[in-house]
Design a protein around this ligand. Structure first.
Ligand SMILES: Cc1cc2nc3c(=O)[nH]c(=O)nc-3n(C[C@H](O)[C@H](O)[C@H](O)COP(=O)(O)O)c2cc1C
Length: 127
């Protein structure tokens, strides 16, 4: 959503513990919701219908952030938010699973802060 009043109200849902102060500059939010998957019977007799959903949501979230960057926007996945309030505001059924809440805006500068990453060896194992 990009309606300024709605964006401001959703931003406040992510600031309840006085965290995410930067959300005040958000211009739009994308909320990725999990839909019920209908798998082919050949697969669904082995796997729960939502088996792939979490991976799909993660992939969708990552691509949204990459596309935002490609369009010159800044993005930030937020995990700390009042889900109940967001559901009330946007009339989302409470039982709906959230994949991600992504804040979009304009970076204040082009500087990429120093990142502390695990080493390649720490996250990859060759067998
Ligand atoms: C599931 C999830 C929830 C997150 N929640 C927040 C959050 O509430 N506030 C925040 O500032 N960053 C949050 N982050 C971190 C940022 O979205 C971003 O991933 C982080 O700044 C690392 O990015 P970078 O190391 O590539 O710069 C969250 C990340 C993930 C994956």
């Amino acid at each position: 959503m990009e309606n300024p009043d709605m964006v401001s109200q959703v931003a406040q849902c992510g600031q309840q513990l006085k965290q995410n102060v930067w959300l005040g500059t958000t211009k739009a939010f994308i909320i990725i919701l999990e839909e019920h998957a209908v798998l082919s019977p050949i697969i669904s007799c082995f796997l729960d219908s939502q088996y792939y959903a979490k991976g799909d949501l993660g992939a969708a979230t990552a691509y949204v952030c990459l596309e935002a960057t490609a369009q010159g926007l800044g993005s930030n996945i937020i995990g700390l938010y009042d889900r109940k309030k967001i559901c009330e505001l946007l009339q989302i059924p409470m039982e709906k699973q959230f994949g991600a809440v992504i804040a979009l805006g304009y970076p204040s500068n082009d500087t990429i802060r120093t990142k502390t990453r695990k080493t390649f060896e720490d996250i990859v194992r060759f067998v």
